[in-house]
Design a protein around this ligand. Structure first.
Ligand code: NDP
Length: 244
């Protein structure tokens, strides 16, 4: 069934792969971005040229007014959002003693407040139609912690607590709420780490390599499907055995 899907941060990396994967499966896709309109348009074009339907929608998902405007635009063009993929995220790494308040606030806003804002905005129509899927992209950092990522790990652990609570609130209305927690995935975000750190990360997995955005996208597609109707409040770790 073609369910209208909004992917936050769909212009690059994991979000791009999710948008393309679900787009190829026939879901009409809204590709959200915050600064790279050109990258979002490219994703839209790739979905359309593969026979799917898609639109780009700019919004900083940490801002309440921007989120409200984004949902209005998507609803007017594609219809109410039935599948929400909370993917937009940033890092501002640093050891705690050197972590500025701005680095803390920005990461919590973009990674966690956005999940609250977008899920709330999506929920009314999901409850009305008694069907919905909310899949948020967490991180193994949110499960195990990571030095230099106190802000990021706190935001991702927050996404898990949020999702489990919301799953309990809305399960009886046909809405499931789950988290996909990737390990190291090859995207712009991990490219910032540098070659030595990427090699060390690869070695610390069981499969001996970084994951691909497509490998995360397939987990998201699984949880977004009708067939996943009895799975809610879960964290699906996609990390090649990193956290074992
Ligand atoms: P990228 O840095 O490759 O892409 C980030 C995406 O988020 C871009 O589309 C960007 O838009 C968008 N974005 C950033 N800030 C905002 C904002 N305020 N409002 C709307 N969109 C925004 O990241 P990844 O693909 O690597 O990461 C995607 C998600 O997966 C994140 O939540 C991240 O924490 C998580 N994750 C990633 C891992 C990895 O190894 N890569 C591991 C574990 C979790 P624009 O193009 O306009 O800048």
């Amino acid at each position: 069934m073609a369910r209208v899907t909004l992917v936050t941060g769909g212009s690059r990396g994991i979000g791009r792969a999710v948008a393309q994967r679900l787009g190829a499966s026939g879901y009409p896709i809204a590709v959200n971005y915050t600064s790279r309109a050109d990258a979002a348009e490219e994703v839209v074009e790739s979905i359309r040229s593969a026979g799917g339907s898609a639109m780009a929608v700019g919004a900083d998902v940490s801002q309440v007014d921007a989120v409200a405007a984004m949902f209005e635009t998507v609803e007017a063009e594609l219809g109410p959002v039935e599948v929400l993929v909370n993917n937009a995220g940033i890092t501002r790494d640093g050891l705690l003693l050197r972590m500025g308040e701005d680095d803390w606030d920005r990461v919590i806003s973009v990674n966690l407040k956005s999940v609250y804002l977008c899920s709330k905005a999506a929920l009314r129509s999901m409850i009305r139609s008694r069907w919905g899927r909310i899949v948020s992209i967490g991180s193994v950092s949110g499960l195990s912690g990571n030095p230099g990522q106190a802000n990021y790990a706190a935001s991702k652990a927050g996404v898990i607590g949020f999702s489990k609570s919301l799953a309990k609130e809305v399960g009886s209305r046909g809405v499931t709420v789950n988290v996909v927690a990737p390990g190291f995935i090859a995207t712009d975000m991990t490219e910032e780490l540098g070659e030595a750190a990427v090699n060390a990360a690869s070695e610390s997995t069981s499969v001996g390599r970084l994951g691909t955005p497509g490998e995360v996208a397939s987990a998201v597609e699984y949880l977004a499907a009708d067939d996943a109707s009895y799975i809610t409040g879960q964290v699906l770790v996609v990390d090649g055995g990193l956290a074992l």
